[in-house]
Structure formats: structure tokens, C-alpha cells
Design a protein around this ligand. Structure first.
Ligand code: ADE
Length: 246
């Protein structure tokens, strides 16, 4: 899987990729990340990447031309990308479903916006789609690009040590995760749910299902409308809702 990131802060991206899961993917040759400094694709002496907005108003707008040139250069150097994603708060909301879609692609270009916005013609002729990581405004798309790279990379077989841990991730089935515990069995007078020490696999599995459904119903009931529940989960959910009188 190839990622190309276009940014005015290349070090912000490269310094974040030296440790952790993505770095392991890179070392294993499963993930290939190339970072491009947008200023290398400017034509003027000052390496200008932004300009004042037409129509007036505060802030600066990122110019279309350097972004277009960067994507052309990447296409020549690294091949035709499958998608060119502009990261901005105006994009479609990024989610685990989007991560699952992207992981089947071979080559992703990520454009990190900055300043007040990006010349809208980038959306017409450079980007093939636009994604937002959430309803808040970051000072640029770099952190959003890192989130996309991390969440997609961990879905690539071989990047995360134990594939079961990816399957069981929160959201992989559309629910929040159940609680986890490790040794010691008593920590500051707090124990561990008895069932987890019982060695009874079916009981443990049922407990985990229930303990995933309870916080999902409480904090993210919206997830339940699209979650894929098995028969046991469905009957546990009915039972929880009955208990809660809803
Ligand atoms: N750039 C600034 N805010 C953003 C957001 N919420 N998602 C993606 N890119 C962004």
C-alpha cells in the first residue's frame, strides 16, 4: 500500500512515522509512505503556497497550482493513484467503514489543507474525494492524514502482530469495545469481574458481548442502527433495553 502525503510541514508527518504500527508496516515492506513538501512545487522565488481570498475577508487561501503540480509529479514518479483525498472539515465524515474501503486500494494520495481553506478548483481537478475526521477544525490536515494512514495501515494483513486483535477492535462490528483487564487481579482494592477468572469461554464471550452493548447503548446509540449483531447479542440487547425500561 502506497501513501503519498502533500504538506507544507513534511517533518510533522515523517517524525510521527518513526515508531508504532505504521513504522512496523514500513519496515516489513507492507506500507510505503512518501512525504512531499508542497513548497517544492511552487514556481516563484518565495515558494508561495497561499494567497489572499478573492472577494476579501480574513486569512489566506491555499493556491491550486502547487497542489496540482505535486499530484502530477507523484503520478509520474510513483504511478497513477487510486484516490486523491483532500483532508478538510468540509469533507465526508471519515469512519471505520471508510478505512475498510481504503485498505483495498493500492495507492492513496493525501492532500493536507492549511489556512482558511483551499482554492475550490482543487476539488474540481485535483482531488477525487474530500474527507473530514470529525466536526471540529484543526489548523491543518496533517493530523487528519496521520489518522487515515494509521487506521488504514492496521487493517493491512501483517501490519498488526495478531490479526485477531484487529478483528475484535472497537467499531469493526459497529459497537464500542468491552472493558479489558490484566494482572494483578486486585489493584487498589478493585477486583476483576469474576467471570473473566472462571476460564468458562462461553460465559466470558457472553459477558464481553453484554459489556460492549451497554456502553454502546448509553454513549453511542446511533451505532446500533447499523451494527451487525448475532442472535445472542440481539437477545442481550433486548434484555438490556427491557431492564432499562426503554
Ligand atoms: N483540516 C482541518 N480540520 C480538519 C478535519 N476536521 N478533518 C480533516 N482535515 C481537517
Amino acid at each position: 500500500m502506497k501513501f503519498d502525503i502533500v504538506t507544507i510541514f513534511p517533518k510533522m508527518i515523517s517524525s510521527s512515522l518513526t515508531e508504532g504500527v505504521v513504522s512496523r508496516g514500513i519496515q516489513r515492506g507492507l506500507v510505503d509512505v512518501s512525504v512531499h513538501d508542497l513548497r517544492d512545487y511552487t514556481l516563484d522565488r518565495h515558494r508561495t503556497v497561499d494567497d489572499v481570498p478573492y472577494g476579501g475577508g480574513p486569512g489566506m487561501v491555499m493556491k491550486a497550482e502547487p497542489l496540482a503540480k505535486a499530484v502530477s509529479a507523484i503520478t509520474i514518479e510513483r504511478g497513477q493513484p487510486d484516490v486523491v483525498i483532500l483532508l478538510s472539515p468540509q469533507g465526508r465524515r471519515y469512519s471505520q467503514v471508510e478505512a475498510e474501503r481504503l485498505r483495498h486500494l493500492k495507492h492513496i494520495v493525501l492532500l493536507c489543507g492549511r489556512y482558511e481553506g483551499v482554492d475550490d478548483r482543487v476539488r474540481d481537478i485535483v482531488a477525487t474525494e474530500e474527507l473530514s475526521i470529525g466536526d471540529y477544525v484543526l489548523s491543518g490536515g496533517e493530523i487528519a492524514a496521520l489518522i487515515v494512514i494509521d487506521s488504514v495501515s492496521r487493517l493491512i494483513p501483517g501490519v498488526v502482530g495478531d490479526p485477531k486483535s484487529v478483528e475484535q477492535d472497537s467499531f469493526s462490528r459497529g459497537l464500542l469495545d468491552h472493558p479489558h483487564y490484566t494482572r494483578p487481579a486486585t489493584f487498589r482494592d478493585l477486583g476483576v469481574p469474576e467471570v473473566l477468572l472462571s476460564g468458562h469461554h462461553a460465559e466470558v464471550s457472553r459477558w464481553r458481548k453484554r459489556e460492549a452493548l451497554v456502553p454502546t447503548l448509553d454513549r453511542r446509540p446511533d451505532l446500533l442502527s447499523t451494527a451487525t449483531l448475532d442472535d445472542e447479542e440481539q437477545s442481550l440487547l433486548d434484555q438490556i433495553q427491557k431492564e432499562q425500561g426503554s
